[in-house]
Design a protein around this ligand. Structure first.
Ligand code: GLN
Length: 611
C-alpha cells in the first residue's frame, strides 16, 4: 500500500481511464500503427524534482510534434525573438497540425506548433550541416532528460518515405524564402526530431523543466534561458493542441503540446510538468485518454493557470523588528546597551520570505516606506526569499535608490546565491565599493554595523582600551577588594589570529579584556564555522563555564592584538579570608545580574520575533 496521497490518486485515475476506449492509433505514418493501443502511462514531476508515475510511464515511443516546442526554444536561443518572428508567426491557426497555414503575402507559417511552422523552425537552428543541427538538438534533449536519446530508425524511415505532405510544405516555404537552404536537409532533421524516443516520464521532466524556468529540477542543469521560457509556453498555450487549443486552455488551463505518437505534456508554470501517454488519438490528433486524464486532474485540483494565489503582507514579510528589541549578538558594555535600547528604533529589519514577484515586491516597498518613517537604517533580509523575479528586482532597486536619496541607509542581507538580482540592483543604484550597504552575510553583521554607526555619534563609545575597574563583573568592588583581586590575576597577551581557548577546553579561567577584540566562533561541520559574537575591551568571558563547571562551548579568537587579565577561579575558591569570601560573593552576584539582564533581553527578542 502506497502512503502517498497523490500517488494513490494517480493510480485510481489511471485505473478508471484505462476503460476509456476512444480514438484510433495514428496510421498515416505506417510504423506508428505498431503501437499497442492499450498503452497508458501518466507522470507528473514537480519543480522540486518529485516524480510520480503510473502505468506505462517507462514505455518508449516517438515524441512526434512535442519536439516542436523544444526546437522552438533552440531556435530562439540561436537567433533571438525578432529573427525567429520574421520566419514564423505566433498566431493560432485554428487548423489541423498538417494544414498549409501560411500568411498569404509573406508565406510565413502561422505558428511553430503546426508542421509548417515547425519545419521552418528547424531551418533556424544553427549548424553547418543537417548532422550538426541534429547533434545540437540531441544535446539539448540530453539536458532536458538528464540522459542521452536515440532515434527510432523505423519510424524515421516510415515518416521519410510517406511524408509527402511535409515535403510539399517545405517546398512552399522554400519558394517564399522562409527556408533559405536545401529543403531535404531540413526535412531530414524534422523527421528525425519527430522520431526521437521518449517515455512519459521524460515528457513530464521536459514539462517540469519549463515549469522551473528552464532549469531541469532533477539535475539542476539549465536547458533554456529563462526569458525564452514564457515564449515557448505562450505558443504551447495558444497553439500546442492544434485546433483544440482554445477549448484546451479554457478547460485544462495549462500550456501543453501533443504528438501523434500519443504523448501530451502540460506545464503548470512554477509548479510541475504533467505527461500522459496513450496512442489512441481523437479526430484532431490528440491522445484521447490524455485529454480526458488531464481535464480530470486539472479540475480535481483546481490547476487552471488563471486560478492563482494571492500575495499578502504575511506571505511576504516573515518578520519585522528594530534593533532596540532585537539588537545584534555583539556583547556591549552596560552604557552601550543602554544607548542601543534608546536609539535602536532607528534600525529596522525586514525579513522577506517566499517568492518575490510584482505584487509581493510592491508589499515590500510599502512596508519599507512605513519602516523608513522612523528608521534611518533599513536591513532587508533575503535569506528566505526563494525567488526574485525580473521586475521585482528593479522595484527593489528603485526602493533603495529613493530611500538613499532621502538620506536612509539600506543594507541587504542573505543575498547569497542571488547574484543576478544583486548585480542588477548594484547597477541600478550606481553602487561603488565604498558604499556599505550590500552583501552582508547575516542579519547580525548588518545589525552590528548599524549599531556601531549609532554609537559612533555618542561620546561614551570609544573603548579600544578599558581598565579593569570598567568591568561589569567588578561593579561595587571597594579599592581594597580590587587590589586583592588584581593580585590574583595573570596578565596575558595574544597576537591577531591566536586562539585564547578552544571548544571543549576545560573552562576554569575567567578572562577580562583590557584591549583589543575577540570573536566567539562555533565550529560547524565541513570545516565551516559561525561567528556568534565579538567582545571588545571592557568585556569578560568564561563566566558560564565558571558557574556550571562545564567545558568551553566555542572557540575564542583574537581579532587583533589582545591583552587581558585572567582569573583561575579554582584559586579564588581555595581562599577563605573574609575579603576573598566577599570578592567571591560580589563577583557571583554581578555575574548573576548580567545573566538576568541577558535573559530578559532574550525574552524581549523572542517576543518581537514572534509578533
Ligand atoms: N511527424 C508528424 C508529422 O509531421 C508529427 C505530427 C504530430 O505529431 N502532430 O506528421
Amino acid at each position: 500500500m502506497n502512503v502517498n496521497y497523490f500517488q494513490n490518486y494517480l493510480e485510481t485515475l489511471h485505473q478508471s481511464y484505462a476503460n476509456l476506449d476512444k480514438g484510433e492509433v495514428a496510421s498515416y505514418i505506417p510504423e506508428l500503427l505498431k503501437a499497442d493501443p492499450q498503452w497508458f502511462g501518466i507522470a507528473l514531476i514537480t519543480v522540486d524534482g518529485h516524480v510520480y508515475q503510473v502505468g506505462d510511464s517507462r514505455q518508449p515511443f516517438t515524441i512526434q510534434s512535442i519536439s516542436k516546442a523544444i526546437t522552438y526554444g533552440i531556435a530562439l536561443e540561436d537567433n533571438g525573438v525578432e529573427a525567429v518572428l520574421q520566419k514564423v508567426d505566433v498566431e493560432p491557426s485554428g487548423e489541423a497540425f498538417n494544414s498549409i497555414s501560411l500568411e498569404p503575402d509573406t508565406g510565413r507559417p502561422r505558428n511553430p506548433m503546426i508542421n509548417a511552422g515547425a519545419i521552418a523552425t528547424v531551418a533556424l537552428i544553427n549548424g553547418e550541416s543537417a548532422d550538426d543541427k541534429l547533434k545540437r538538438m540531441l544535446k539539448c534533449y540530453e539536458r532536458y532528460l538528464g540522459r542521452s536519446v536515440t532515434i527510432d530508425e523505423d519510424v524515421y524511415r516510415s515518416e521519410k518515405s510517406t511524408g509527402h505532405r511535409n515535403r510539399a510544405i517545405a517546398y512552399l516555404l522554400r519558394n517564399s524564402d522562409i527556408i533559405e537552404k536545401d529543403t531535404d536537409d531540413v526535412l531530414d532533421v524534422y523527421f528525425k526530431q519527430c522520431s526521437i524516443l521518449v517515455t512519459c516520464r521524460d515528457l513530464a521532466l521536459i514539462g517540469a523543466t519549463l515549469a522551473n524556468n528552464g532549469v531541469n529540477p532533477i539535475t539542476g542543469v539549465r536547458v533554456l534561458a529563462s526569458h525564452y521560457v514564457p515564449k515557448v509556453l505562450s505558443v504551447m498555450s495558444s497553439c500546442g493542441m492544434y485546433d483544440y487549443s482554445g477549448a484546451w486552455v479554457y478547460e485544462v488551463g495549462m500550456p501543453a503540446k501533443s504528438g501523434v505518437g500519443g504523448g501530451i505534456v502540460a506545464v503548470l508554470p512554477g509548479q510541475f510538468g504533467l505527461a500522459v501517454f496513450s496512442p489512441k488519438l481523437d479526430e484532431r490528433g490528440n491522445s484521447a485518454r490524455g485529454i480526458a486524464a488531464c481535464k480530470k486532474i486539472s479540475s480535481d485540483f483546481g490547476l487552471h493557470m488563471f486560478r492563482t494565489g494571492r500575495s499578502t503582507t504575511s506571505s511576504v514579510i516573515h518578520a519585522s523588528y528594530d534593533a532596540a528589541h532585537v539588537p545584534s549578538k555583539r556583547t556591549r558594555n552596560v552604557e552601550q546597551g543602554r544607548l542601543i535600547a534608546e536609539l535602536g528604533h532607528k534600525v529596522m529589519v525586514l525579513e522577506l520570505h517566499g517568492e518575490l514577484m510584482f505584487t509581493s515586491a510592491e508589499i515590500v516597498i510599502h512596508e519599507a516606506m512605513v519602516a523608513a518613517k522612523k528608521a534611518e537604517y533599513l536591513i532587508i533580509d533575503f535569506t528566505r526569499a526563494a525567488y526574485i523575479s525580473e521586475g521585482a528586482d528593479s522595484m527593489i532597486a528603485g526602493l533603495i535608490q529613493s530611500l538613499s536619496e532621502h538620506g536612509k541607509t539600506i543594507l541587504l542581507t542573505g543575498t547569497w546565491g542571488k547574484y543576478e538580482t544583486i548585480k542588477l540592483i548594484k547597477k541600478r543604484i550606481g553602487y561603488t565599493d565604498d558604499m556599505p550597504l550590500l552583501n552582508y552575510d547575516a542579519i547580525d553583521d548588518a545589525l552590528e554595523w548599524c549599531e556601531d554607526q549609532l554609537l559612533a555619534g555618542q561620546a561614551s563609545y570609544t573603548a579600544a582600551e578599558a581598565p579593569l575597574v570598567a568591568q561589569n563583573f567588578l561593579i561595587e568592588f571597594t579599592a581594597e577588594e580590587m587590589e586583592v583581586f588584581e593580585s590574583m590575576l595573570e596578565h596575558r597577551s595574544y597576537d591577531e589570529g591566536a586562539y585564547l581557548c578552544r571548544e571543549g577546553d576545560p573552562g576554569d579561567l575567567l578572562y577580562f579584556l583590557l584591549s583589543g577584540q575577540v570573536s566567539v566562533i562555533v565550529p560547524l561541520s565541513h570545516r565551516r564555522s559561525r561567528r556568534i559574537t565579538s567582545l571588545s575591551a571592557g568585556s569578560a568571558f568564561g563566566e558560564i563555564a565558571m558557574l556550571d563547571r562545564g567545558k568551553r562551548s566555542a572557540d575564542i579568537v583574537a581579532d587583533d592584538n589582545v591583552t587581558c587579565l585572567v582569573l583561575d577561579y579554582k584559586q579564588l575558591e581555595e581562599q577563605s579570608s573574609p575579603l576573598a569570601m566577599c570578592i567571591r560573593w560580589k563577583l557571583a552576584t554581578n555575574i548573576g545580574r548580567d545573566l538576568a539582564r541577558k535573559l530578559r533581553k532574550a525574552t524581549l527578542e523572542i517576543k518581537s520575533l514572534r509578533s
